[in-house]
Design a protein around this ligand. Structure first.
Ligand code: F6R
Length: 642
C-alpha cells in the first residue's frame, strides 16, 4: 500500500526556528499543535484506506489499540460514519491486547472500551471484530494465541496498525524484554504500566498483572503503522524510541526497522526530541528571545556554570556560535539573560504598589487587585501556589478561590465511611447516613458510587478546602465550589465540556471582574481533569474577552502537582522564606483525605506536600545555579495572553 503522508506534512507544527533537521531521528514523525487536529488526520487516513479497499471490493484489516491515545481518532471515525456515510461493512479488526482474567462485560475490559468508543456506533459486522479473550483458560492459551496469529494471516495480514506507546516503551503490551519476532502471547505487565492504569482501576491493587498481547512480530508485519503520542508524559520515551538505539528494553524502538511507520505527536510529546528541545544542535536557528533564554539556560546546566561565567568558548563549543554573532560577546548576552531571569522574581505577585513596574512581572496599579484562583481539584491551589496565595492575602488583595470540580472520586471509601459513621452517631435516625453506610459496606469493584456517597465525598473535600483557605485568611464568602458538571460522572472517565461548564466559569469571572486570574496550566495530570479545567477557562475567556473589564485581566498559569515550568518559561517567580514553606505545608495538611497513599498518586509515591516542597526547592536551586539569589523555595508562573 502506498501511503501519502503529504496531508500530514502540510499541517506539521512549525516554530519560529527551523526544525526540519531530523538527523538524530530514526522514525518518521510529524508534530501537531494539538492532538485533536492530529487525530482527525489519522482518522482520515484510516477512512481513505477503508474506502479505497471498498472500491476494490476488498476487506480492510485494521489493527486497533485502546487507551487514551486513540480515543479522538475513534470519535472522528464515528462522526464520519454518521455524517459522511463511512461504512465499516468491509472492515475486519484485530485488537492488540486484553487483560487476562478480564470478563468482557467488565467496564475496564478492552472489549468494553472498543464497543463504547467505536463498535457500538458504526456498522461493523460483529463477526469481523477480534479482541483477545481475557477469559481464555490457561490450558487453551497457547493454541488460542497461535489461532489469533493465523486468523490475521488468513485475512491477508494487517493493512493498518494503530498504536499508542506506554511509558515503558511498550507497544501493545510488549513490555521491556520483548523479542523482535515475538507473536501473540501472554505477558506480565511492567510496574510502570500498572501505575499508569491505576487511576482507571481506582488504585494499583486492582490493576491486573497479566495480559494477552499481539507480539512485536505481529505488529511489524502490518503494511502501515501509525503511532499516536500525546502529552508531556510520553516525551522522554518518545525521544528514546525515535532517536535511541534499537533495544529490547524499549520495544517501540523495533519500529525503526519498519519501513512505513509514522509517529503522530502533539507539541508536548515532541518536546524532548533534539530538534525541538535543542534545535541549535541540529540546524541554524532564528533566535527569538525565548529561544535565546532557553539555549543559555541549557548551556549553563550543561557546563555547570552560572550565566555570568559562560565564555565565548562555551557558546562556540556547543553549537551556539550563531547566537554570539547576533549578540556580540558572551559578556553582553550573559548580562541580558541574567537580567531577564532576575526580572521574573518578585515578592509582590499582585504587583508592588507605587513602584516602577517597567521590569516587574505584574503591574503596580490598581494597588489592590481582585484575584480569582481557579483550582481544578480542591487542593491544587494550596499545593501549587499556597505561598503565593498567602502573599496575595497579606498584601491586601481581594482574593477569591474557585474549586472547579468536586474532587469526589479521589476520596476513599474508608474515609467516606468514617464520616458517615460520625454523622450516624450524631443523628441515629439519619436515613441518609444509613444508606451511605450500607452502600459502602457492600460496594464491589464494578459499583459506581451512589449520588449520596458522591455528595458525602464532595462535602469532605469542601470542608478540607475551607479549613485551608481560612487558615490563609481568605473569607468564606470568597470561596466557591463550582462542581463543574463534566466531572460528575462518578467514574474516572469524564464527560465532555459543555456550555453548562463554560457558563458557570463565565458567571464567576463576570461576578468578580478580576484583575488577575490564576489557573492550573498543568497538562500532565494523569487523568486529564486539569486539562479540561484549563479548556473551560480558555473557552470562558474567549466568550468574555470583549467586556472592557477583561482588558485589565491578566492570566497566570501555575503547574499542578506533577510538573513545573522550565526556568526559561517562567515569567513570575515568587520566592518563599523557610517560614512560608512551613505555612504552605500546613495549608496542604488540611486536605487530609488526600494524605497517606492517595487514590490518584500517579507514578510518584511521595505525598503531595513532600513532592511540592522538593519541587519548589528545586526551582529555587535552578535559579541559584544560574547565578541568581539563593532562596529557600520558589513558586513559578507563566503568563497566558488571550
Ligand atoms: C492499548 C495498548 C497500549 C497503549 C499504551 C498507551 O491497546 O496496547 O500499548 O497503547 O499503553 O496507553 P495510553 O494511550 O492510555 O497512554
Amino acid at each position: 500500500m502506498k501511503v501519502d503522508i503529504a496531508n500530514y506534512e502540510s499541517v506539521i507544527y512549525k516554530t519560529p526556528g527551523k526544525f526540519e533537521d531530523t538527523r538524530f531521528e530514526k522514525i518518521h514523525n510529524v508534530i501537531f499543535e494539538s492532538s485533536q487536529k492530529a487525530s482527525v488526520l489519522v482518522a482520515q487516513e484510516i477512512a481513505n484506506l477503508i474506502r479505497e479497499k471498498n472500491a476494490l471490493n476488498e476487506s480492510c484489516v485494521l489493527g486497533l489499540a485502546t487507551g487514551s491515545s486513540p480515543v479522538k481518532v475513534y470519535e472522528e471515525l464515528v462522526r464520519m460514519h454518521k455524517e459522511e456515510n463511512l461504512s465499516f461493512a468491509n472492515v475486519i479488526t484485530f485488537n492488540l491486547d486484553e487483560y487476562l482474567s478480564m470478563d468482557r462485560t467488565n467496564i475496564q475490559s478492552y472489549f468494553y472500551f472498543m464497543h463504547e468508543h467505536l463498535f457500538n456506533h458504526v456498522d461493523i459486522l460483529p463477526e469481523n471484530i477480534n479482541i483477545p479473550d481475557g477469559k481464555v483458560k490457561a490450558e487453551d492459551l497457547y493454541q488460542y494465541c497461535i489461532d489469533y496469529e493465523m486468523k490475521i494471516k488468513a485475512h491477508g495480514g494487517l493493512d493498518f496498525q494503530l498504536l499508542g506507546i506506554g511509558r515503558t516503551g511498550h507497544i501493545g503490551f510488549n513490555e521491556p524484554g520483548s523479542h523482535f519476532n515475538s507473536g501473540t502471547r501472554s505477558i506480565t505487565l511492567d510496574h510502570i504500566t500498572r501505575i499508569d492504569a491505576a487511576p482507571a482501576f481506582l488504585g494499583i491493587d486492582n490493576v491486573p498483572r497479566k495480559a494477552i498481547t499481539m507480539g512485536i512480530g505481529t505488529v511489524q508485519s502490518a503494511k502501515r503503522i501509525v503511532l499516536l503520542g500525546w502529552g508531556i508524559s510520553k516525551a522522554k520515551i518518545l525521544k528514546k524510541t525515535i532517536e535511541g538505539e534499537i533495544t529490547s528494553q524499549v520495544p517501540a524502538t523495533y519500529l525503526q526497522e519498519h519501513n512505513n511507520t509514522t509517529f503522530v505527536l502533539d507539541k508536548d510529546a515532541s518536546s524532548e526530541l533534539t530538534r525541538v528541545k535543542t534545535p541549535w544542535l541540529v540546524t541554524s536557528c532564528i533566535w527569538t528571545d525565548t529561544l535565546k533564554l532557553k539555549a543559555v539556560v541549557w548551556l549553563s546546566a550543561l557546563t555547570d556554570k552560572p550565566f555570568l561565567k559562560l565564555t565565548d568558548k562555551d557558546y562556540n563549543d556547543n553549537g551556539m556560535s550563531s547566537l554570539l554573532t547576533e549578540d556580540g560577546t558572551a559578556y553582553n548576552l550573559n548580562i541580558k539573560m541574567f537580567n531577564k531571569m532576575q526580572h521574573t522574581i518578585t515578592g509582590w505577585p499582585g504587583g508592588k504598589p507605587f513602584a516602577d513596574d517597567t521590569n516587574r512581572p505584574e503591574r503596580a496599579t490598581p494597588e489592590k487587585k481582585r484575584v480569582i484562583i481557579f483550582s481544578p481539584h480542591p487542593d491544587d491551589d494550596m499545593i501549587s501556589m499556597g505561598g503565593t496565595i498567602d502573599r496575595l492575602v497579606e498584601q491586601g488583595h481581594d482574593v477569591h478561590v474557585a474549586y472547579q470540580t468536586s474532587g469526589n472520586i479521589a476520596v476513599s471509601d474508608e474515609e467516606a465511611l468514617k464520616f458517615a459513621e460520625i454523622s450516624k452517631s450524631l443523628n441515629a435516625n439519619s436515613v441518609e447516613s444509613d444508606s451511605i453506610i450500607n452502600f459502602l459496606k457492600s460496594k464491589t469493584d464494578n459499583n459506581i458510587d451512589s449520588i449520596e456517597v458522591r455528595k458525602l465525598k464532595g462535602l469532605i473535600r469542601r470542608s478540607e478546602s475551607l479549613a485551608a483557605t481560612r487558615y490563609l485568611g481568605v473569607d468564606d464568602s470568597n470561596v466557591y465550589f463550582l462542581d463543574l458538571p463534566f466531572y460528575e460522572t462518578g467514574t474516572v472517565k469524564k464527560n465532555k465540556l459543555s456550555d453548562d461548564d463554560i457558563d458557570i466559569m463565565c458567571s464567576l469571572i463576570d461576578h468578580v471582574k478580576p484583575h488577575q486570574i490564576y489557573a492550573a496550566g498543568d497538562l500532565a495530570d494523569p487523568h486529564g481533569t486539569h486539562k479540561v479545567c484549563l479548556d473551560s477557562l480558555f473557552e470562558a475567556l474567549k466568550k468574555l474577552k470583549h467586556y472592557s473589564y477583561m482588558n485589565d485581566c491578566w492570566v497566570w498559569l501555575y503547574r499542578g502537582a506533577w510538573h513545573e515550568w522550565e526556568p526559561y518559561q517562567i515569567e513570575m517567580a515568587v520566592p518563599m522564606s523557610p517560614d512560608q514553606v512551613l505555612k504552605k505545608r500546613h495549608a496542604i495538611f488540611y486536605h487530609q483525605s488526600q494524605k497517606d497513599g492517595v487514590m490518584f498518586q500517579g507514578d510518584d509515591s511521595r505525598e503531595f506536600w513532600v513532592r511540592v516542597e522538593d519541587r519548589n526547592r528545586l526551582t529555587a536551586k535552578k535559579y541559584n545555579d544560574l547565578g541568581l539569589a539563593d532562596y529557600a523555595a520558589i513558586e513559578a508562573f507563566k503568563r497566558y495572553k488571550f
